[in-house]
Design a protein around this ligand. Structure first.
Ligand SMILES: Cc1ncc(C[n+]2csc(CCOP(=O)(O)OP(=O)(O)O)c2C)c(N)n1
Length: 584
């Protein structure tokens, strides 16, 4: 038996799970935990990284998982610290990212219900809607069991964040325990094998796909979470089936691959309508997938649909299926490949034309990018950045229209090299994502394409980047406006702008003030030199690019996106009334 404090027990549990980073802002309630990191954790590779806002801490833990496939921890102190984590935890939850969220809580005798302590907050309830599971650790002896359960819940099934609320007397108290029993290997408390699908259904699915006139694979982020890209490409090749990824699964296949149809491109749209059998792997078919419904997809009952998901609750969520397979993407794809052996596959499929449509679409954007140099078109910035950084660089997107432009010309070639808060659309995630991506993968280039509005939401993290020496290149599309919202006001409300303009900030000078390198660019010809300077400066760098304000209002897809988001809530624009009132 050994005598350990709650803080030491917690650290030991995290070490057993291979945790490398705890991101957060300390509070007085976390002192025993921090001290245990100092005495026990550090020498075994566990570090506490202070951020300058808890939201960024959660985004960093999120990004660390996206890049490495291994979870990280974010921490907030009782009350404001916990509340500050929420936006980042929500973004992770929306994209099914397993983040281990720890919060400090007041003493057991003062909580649930609270009777007047400073900073009291029902954190258990607060985190429930943005986590898969939340629990209050009500005794020091329960720390191992509840931490182990937290990891089990976070990492199995459809992954997601989990939350433990730890009272300050629990973390400070000591107990005698048997370390062999208290800290077993993870495989003794959570499954390490991936679930297989029913073999009969796999056989049926493969037969449907092999005999299809045009099979199409739609890959969601389950493919990324399960590291199934290689199996996916092998299956697509064997079937001669084109692949479209969801926007959040970009990188699951190389976007210049002959079977890849870029989401949102005409090639993808034609295939979505034409395919007679669709294999939908690991995703929820949300609004950005146009709900899997006609007119963009084939008619229900005509276009046959096979859905694979690790979570049975996702089956048929937005489109009825002809065949459901419940299992892990990588395992099910391997089962399919095995089943396909020796089976005759139709060979008359030609996806070349579909692919040509994608390339034409891209060429159109490239022409716009290169058509002028002043003011700088946002597409030019995207193009210069993508062609400067190596194929395996990690790119992070943030912002409204900036992220839309980035989609057009920022091609992704490898899994886990594209970070974007896809399902939350959470502005401000970009800078913390980029910093954590560099921590997670120091040998790769990391660049951020961000709107200026989005950038300022977590700009304080430039200090974190400079302290950590994470050499990222942040490219800020400076148009001094909330472009996407202003663009919607332009399209639907006759340019009656409200709340969408702000000042021209010198982001390069802000960067310098926080220990980073800053460059301002006003002409397109300066972009290449600025990128070179930023990449070679040996510090995190910010390139503040003055982009064309007018062009940044309405990228071609804005109208479609706005129609999806505003469906059913369009306000009829009654011009006569508006004019009458103005005159009165
Ligand atoms: C945290 C958060 N607040 C508000 C929004 C709503 N929103 C969506 S796009 C957008 C404008 C983004 O402006 P910017 O980052 O400057 O990029 P731009 O559209 O100008 O390229 C806003 C405010 C959001 N998605 N996230």
């Amino acid at each position: 038996m050994v005598r350990l404090s709650g803080g030491e027990i917690l650290v030991e549990c995290l070490l057993r799970e291979g945790i490398r980073y705890v991101f957060g802002i300390p509070g007085d309630r976390s002192l025993p935990f921090l001290d245990a990191i100092h005495r026990v954790g550090r020498k075994r590779g566990l570090e506490f990284i202070t951020t300058r806002h808890e939201q960024a801490a959660a985004h960093m833990a999120d990004a660390y998982y996206r890049v490495t496939g291994r979870p990280a921890v974010c921490y907030g102190t009782v009350g404001p610290g916990a509340a500050g984590l929420i936006p980042g935890v929500y973004a992770a939850y929306a994209d099914s990212i397993p983040v281990i969220v720890l919060t400090s809580q007041n003493q057991l005798t003062r909580i649930y219900p609270d009777h007047g302590s400073m900073q009291s907050l029902d954190q258990h309830s607060l985190f429930r809607p943005v986590t898969k599971w939340s629990a209050v650790v009500n005794h020091v002896s329960r720390i191992p069991e509840l931490v182990q359960r937290a990891f089990r819940v976070a990492l199995t099934g459809r992954p997601g964040p989990v939350h433990l609320d730890i009272p300050s007397d629990v973390i400070a108290s000591e107990i005698d325990l048997d370390p062999v029993k208290a800290f077993p290997e993870p495989r003794s408390y959570r499954p390490v094998k991936r679930p297989r699908a029913d073999p009969g259904s796999v056989r049926e699915a493969v037969r449907m796909l092999a005999g299809a006139r045009l099979p199409l694979i739609h890959a969601g982020s389950g493919v990324l979470r399960s590291d199934a890209s290689e199996e996916l490409m092998r299956l697509a090749e064997a079937l001669k089936a084109p692949v479209i990824t969801s926007l959040s699964a970009r990188g699951a296949v190389p976007e210049d691959w002959e079977l890849c149809l870029i989401p949102g491109s005409p090639g993808a749209f034609v295939a979505m309508g034409m395919a007679d059998v669709v294999l939908h792997m690991g995703g929820k078919l949300g609004d950005m997938d146009l709900w899997g419904r006609s007119p963009h997809w084939g008619e229900i009952g005509v276009q046959r649909w096979i859905q694979v998901d690790i979570d049975p609750e996702m089956i048929g969520l937005n489109r009825p299926v002809d065949l459901a397979l419940v299992g892990d993407a990588k395992t099910v794809l391997s089962q399919m490949l095995e089943e396909l052996r020796g089976l005759e596959v139709r060979v008359d499929r030609d996806v070349g034309e579909l692919r040509r449509l994608c390339e034409e679409w891209e060429r159109g954007f490239l022409e716009v990018a290169m058509s002028s140099s002043h003011p700088i078109h946002p597409l030019r910035v995207v193009h210069e950045a993508r062609s400067f950084f190596p194929r395996d660089a990690i790119s992070v997107a943030d912002g409204g229209n900036t992220a839309v432009w980035a989609h057009y010309l920022n091609r992704i070639y490898y899994p886990r090299t594209f970070l974007w808060a896809a399902d939350s659309g959470h502005l401000g995630a970009g800078l913390p994502y980029a910093i954590a991506a560099k921590l997670a993968s120091p040998d790769r280039s990391v660049y951020l394409l961000t709107g200026d509005g989005a950038f300022m939401l977590n700009v304080q993290e430039l200090e974190t980047a400079s302290r950590l020496g994470t050499e990222i290149v942040a490219i800020v599309f400076n148009d001094a406006q909330w472009g996407m919202i202003k663009g919607a006001q332009k399209l639907f409300y006759r340019s009656r702008y409200v709340g969408v303009d702000f000042g021209d900030v010198r982001h390069d000078l802000v960067a310098e003030a926080m220990g980073c390198h800053g460059i301002r660019v006003e002409r397109a010809e300066e972009l290449r030199g600025a990128l070179r300077e930023a990449a070679a400066c040996g510090r995190p760098a910010v390139i503040d690019v003055k982009v064309d304000r007018e062009a940044n209002l309405t990228p071609p897809d804005l109208e479609t996106l706005a129609a999806i988001w505003l469906e059913g809530c369009e306000v009829p624009v009654r011009e006569e009334l508006v004019e009458e009132r103005v005159e009165a």
